[in-house]
Write a protein that binds this ligand. Sequence first.
Ligand code: EPU
Length: 413
Amino acid sequence: MAKAEALRGELKVQGSKNAVLPMMAAALLTCEDVVLHNCPDISDVSKMITVLKALGGKVKREKDTVIIRVDRINDIAVNESFAGDFRASILFLGALIGRTGHVRISYPGGCKIGKRPIDIHLSALEALGVKICDDDNMVSAKGHITGTEVVLRYPSVGATENIILASVCADNIVRIIGAARDPEVSSLCELLNSMGADIEGIGGHVLTIRGVRRLHGTEFQVPGDRIVAGTYALAAIATGGSIRITGLKGCDLAGQYTALSQTGAKMLFKGNTWYIESIQKPMAVRYLKTGPFPEFPTDLQSPILAAMLKAKGNCFIKETVYPDRFNIVKELKKMGADISVDKNTVLVNGVESINPGNLVATELRGAAGLVIAGLEAEGESFISGIQYLKRGYEDICRDLNCLGARVSIMDKR
Ligand code: EPU
């Protein structure tokens, strides 16, 4: 990839990865068609399709529409060859409990960004009456939801989604206290309500789910991806550009909007469009702490770190969600960045220029951060490990090039 001039222009953002994955698991809860529009073409979606088919579902993809029909369940096991590869596989735990009251599932894999246990998922389902047994690296869960209230010790996104999936067809009312408030949890609830579920308190810390007898099919628009949008906004800020990103909901940007405006960029959100007009050299965001929504998203920590490399001043970032998520620092230092890490904090001192480099990506959002760093460098940079990008970015080259960058994927020779 080559250094970009300031990014300019307009881009429609892809559908959200973290919204569509639980929606695809939710399709297991009905025998009828679930039609998802604006579905991103990313590898995590393909993996979800593979598992749905293995469980007995029929899945069709027509451009950005995915149609899922699971009129029969053939299997209740999600083994390691499927689950070991991606974190969202854990959502089949709640969905299969909801549909059949029985599941055997391997521990989920996913990006290497620190420890990612599933204890909150398991203890919550257990508290709600599901029998959990852990053997041979597989979790076996049996029974339907009978409990009425669960308190989460941390607002885990995946655990909240699993409880919802397991509870929407329960015989009783379930209250989740301390639920994650992320927009992706809200869109899952909206999808389920459009299928006949009865979920109240959407967007809040307390969700009330009144179990219904059955769910029907639906047609639903996957919302725009707030993390992809934030990545491109940061690429514009890092290069002193001016862009518009369409296809978003303003409220989804909580946490990132204020932080990004501290770079001196002028920002406006109108209709479904985010306008970002940055200044030539961004000001450093002095202090940033990642946290559960509506705090600054951990998934934008690497991209903002990269966007701060040439900023005016010092930027201090504290990572509270995945304390070890600083894999890209070593790569950024190769480029002449002035960064120091201390436990779960990082301090970036803005420098005058960044050198191009041969960089190695080891996970999705870190890879996106390296792309931003490459855009800031004085010359061509090469990044390996770009398969990680495909997990969440439909086509980062297409998107950045449409904003004036020069980024391409080279054939492996
Ligand atoms: N946690 C536990 N026990 C659990 C579950 C979570 O200790 O049982 C801890 C995790 O270790 C982590 C924190 O709680 O420290 C947050 O984890 P959470 O469960 O909220 O995350 P997740 O559901 O596994 C989703 C996204 C992630 C995103 C996080 C936080 C999906 C498929 N993934 O993961 O997205 O970082 O929420 O917002 O929705 C990404 O897109 O790059 C990505 C990693």
